[in-house]
Design a protein around this ligand. Structure first.
Ligand code: FNR
Length: 382
């Protein structure tokens, strides 16, 4: 209603409230190489498209005569009461999308303004401590790309814990970069342009690996970084990972129920069902179609979800299918590219407003009732 009333006085939103228009605007604003990196995915991008399209095959059955005058979108996660189920998924090199080159600081300010947690990637261009410092009271999560050098991994996790992050998200599907034709065709790999490295160059262990004289030398920094990036994790690494921190550990990229069960047996505190937005492998199955199996396998353990969320309706469907919290990647980057912190705030608020309205109209006063109702599979329709 705020938007409609403002419209009566001729004031329209600075940014579109729907993803398609937002993406078109961002595509026109971003340099082509950066757009390819953000928008692109693996292979012919079938998985990436399925991630989005598959949401249309799930539906929510409305309930009537329920008092939904007020809605409660809050959720519990690892003892924290979050005002909403939304969070920002980890995104590396957000610097590329931000006009001032400080994408994570801008996103962190949006987290502070909305209460929507930000997951800070290992590949943040701003030292993780600086990002944590501007999140206000909103919790942040740190995402670990586990380096081959164990001491560097330990240092990153310790720094995250000391800086006040509330969980460590360990990404499992990216010890190598996937087959991304849009980037490969142009040898377009922004990470190698020295954009991402302040989080590393501010790390004491990384500085030791680098050697003092190489600290200001970008090719040497990139070479050292590339040399240590990407340890293949196996279940045998779980005790070591567990020993690094007292914070909850969430494993990102879990898509098979057996892996979810094993992760929990091995001491994971949370499961993160995601196929990296279709950027890593082009196996073809939409992440949302894998979510119910993961939720069932995880039982009472929280399940985070991302990959393909483009609207508040998608958020509601993921919650109805059992996600504890729902992550968003590319949409918030487009908001960042178009209007910095205000753009991210706009995108997050739009997603939440749409989810909230769906719950109001369809008779779900809170997430628990939405989850209990579930979602219906509409086979054969689009
Ligand atoms: C990512 N993603 C990602 N994931 C991660 O664990 N660490 C990272 O550094 C990155 N970096 C990254 C960069 C860019 C440009 C994108 C678009 C994505 C994956 C991200 O966390 C998430 O899984 C997907 O973005 C979710 O899909 P949607 O919302 O983009 O469809």
């Amino acid at each position: 209603l705020d938007i409609y009333f403002a419209g009566l006085s001729g004031v329209t939103p600075r940014l579109p409230v729907d993803f398609a228009t937002l993406e078109r605007r961002a595509a026109a604003a971003l340099p082509p190489a950066i757009l390819k990196y953000v928008q692109g995915g693996c292979g012919d991008e079938h998985t990436q498209r399925r991630n989005v399209d598959a949401f249309r095959e799930w539906g929510i059955v409305p309930r009537m005569m329920v008092d939904c005058t007020t809605r409660d979108l809050s959720v519990d996660l690892f003892g924290m009461r979050l005002p909403s189920p939304l969070f920002m998924a980890p995104v590396g090199v957000t610097a590329l999308c931000a006009q001032d080159g400080h994408g994570d600081l801008q996103a962190a300010r949006a987290a502070a303004a909305t209460g929507v947690p930000l997951t800070v990637s290992t590949l943040t261009n701003d030292p993780l401590e600086d990002v944590a410092a501007v999140m206000g009271g909103t919790p942040g999560f740190f995402q670990l790309y586990t380096p081959k050098d164990r001491e560097l991994a330990e240092s990153l996790v310790r720094r995250a814990e000391a800086a006040g992050y509330k969980a460590i998200i360990v990404t499992l599907d990216t010890w190598v970069t996937g087959w991304r034709p849009r980037d490969l065709n142009d040898a377009n790999f922004p990470q190698l342009r020295g954009h991402v490295l302040s989080n590393y160059t501010s790390d004491p262990r990384f500085r030791t690996m680098l050697g003092a004289e190489a600290a200001g030398h970008v090719p040497a920094v990139v070479k050292t970084w590339a040399g240590t990036f990407g340890k293949v994790l196996t279940w045998a690494d779980m005790p070591w990972l567990r020993s690094l921190t007292r914070l909850p550990i969430i494993l990102k990229g879990i898509c098979h129920p057996d892996d979810a069960r094993r992760a929990i047996d091995e001491g994971a505190d949370g499961i993160y069902c995601s196929n990296h937005g279709g950027r890593q492998a082009n196996g073809g199955i939409a992440a949302i179609d894998l979510l119910p199996g993961i939720v069932e396998a995880a039982g009472p353990v929280p399940v985070l979800f991302d990959s393909g969320i483009r609207s508040g309706t998608d958020v509601a469907k993921a919650l109805a299918l059992g996600a504890t919290a729902v992550g968003v990647g590319r949409p918030y980057l487009y908001g960042l590219a178009l209007d910095g912190t205000a753009g991210v705030v706009h995108v997050l608020r739009s997603l939440l407003a749409e989810a909230d309205l769906l719950m109001a109209v369809d008779g779900f006063p809170d997430i628990a009732t939405l989850r209990a109702a579930g979602a219906v599979r509409m086979t054969g329709r689009s």
